[in-house]
Design a protein around this ligand. Structure first.
Ligand code: MLT
Length: 283
């Protein structure tokens, strides 16, 4: 089912009585990044995905986005759909959004899955890099940008052996409005640092990282996971930064195991086929 709320395209699959999981995609894609996971989990879980503002079928508006807007959009979706203790599952930019949403309203969520992401905000080098990306897109359009960016997202093996997967993602990306793509960069520049918050997280957390993710490396993500009290860190084989796509089956199995591990009353069935916001307080 597709809903449009406050300009956001929201998609739900499965039965509302089941545990909800909200999937938050990475830059510069849309909710279809999670198609494999949603299709394999929808019988057992209530799967919610959405297009982040400026991407996919969500409204672009003036493209002046901040991470606070993105995090509040996510919280509003959880409220609008009246989800009870949903699990958040965010990849990369989706992880930044999920971490900030949980920092804002920790009691509202039941768990967290972080893929290929980090808690640190941008240092000066990365702020300037993103500013250059915005200028580049202004001058050349957003098509040439993805050509360079693709080698940072997918691992070599995926690029060589699964060209269709890569091409499909480029095609989807090109459907985005360039204002939204630039807005995504602006929002990431504006994000706060959630590193200190990691040790306050009391939720069960699953941390997944592609073995060849050079953007948020396994070393960085293991360190992040070590700062979280109840966290399990898993390396995803044959994958770069887009683990949910590059090794969708492995990632889905890990997510499913995690979801059953926090449902204390149920054991995992055989698969048929195979605290308060410290930042606002500081002001
Ligand atoms: C993403 O994969 O969501 C972004 O590339 C992350 C980033 O640019 O920091």
């Amino acid at each position: 089912m597709k809903l449009k709320k406050d300009g956001l395209a929201i998609y739900t699959k499965g039965e509302k009585k089941n545990q909800a999981i909200v999937f938050v995609h990475g830059f510069p894609f849309d909710h279809t990044m999670w198609d494999f996971q949603v299709n394999h989990l929808k019988e057992e879980f209530y799967c919610v995905s959405y297009d982040i503002r400026g991407f996919g079928k969500s409204k672009v508006g003036d493209g002046q986005f901040t991470m606070e807007m993105f995090a509040n959009d996510l919280i509003n979706i959880v409220e609008e759909l009246n989800l009870e203790n949903p699990i958040l599952c965010g990849l990369s930019m989706g992880g930044y959004i999920s971490l900030r949403a949980i920092e804002l309203v920790p009691a509202r969520f039941g768990g967290l899955i972080l893929l290929d992401t980090k808690a640190q905000s941008d240092d000066d080098f990365n702020k300037i890099r993103r500013s250059n990306i915005i200028n580049f897109i202004d001058q050349n359009g957003h098509k040439p940008f993805i050509k360079d960016f693709i080698s940072t997202l997918f691992c070599k093996q995926t690029i060589l052996e699964k060209p269709k997967m890569v091409d499909d993602f480029i095609d989807k990306y090109l459907k985005n409005d360039k204002k939204g793509v630039k807005g995504g960069q602006l929002a990431m520049i504006s994000r706060t640092d959630t590193t200190e918050f990691l040790s306050d997280i009391e939720l069960p957390v699953l941390v997944l990282c592609g073995e060849e993710d050079h953007m948020t490396t396994p070393e960085m993500m293991r360190e992040m996971s070590d700062k979280i009290i109840h966290s399990n860190f898993v390396v995803v084989p044959e994958s770069g930064h887009l683990s949910a796509i590059e090794n969708a089956e492995f990632v889905t199995n890990e997510i499913r195991k995690y979801l059953y591990s926090i449902k204390s009353d149920e054991t995992i069935p055989e698969k048929k086929e195979k605290k308060k916001d410290k930042k606002s307080k500081k002001k």
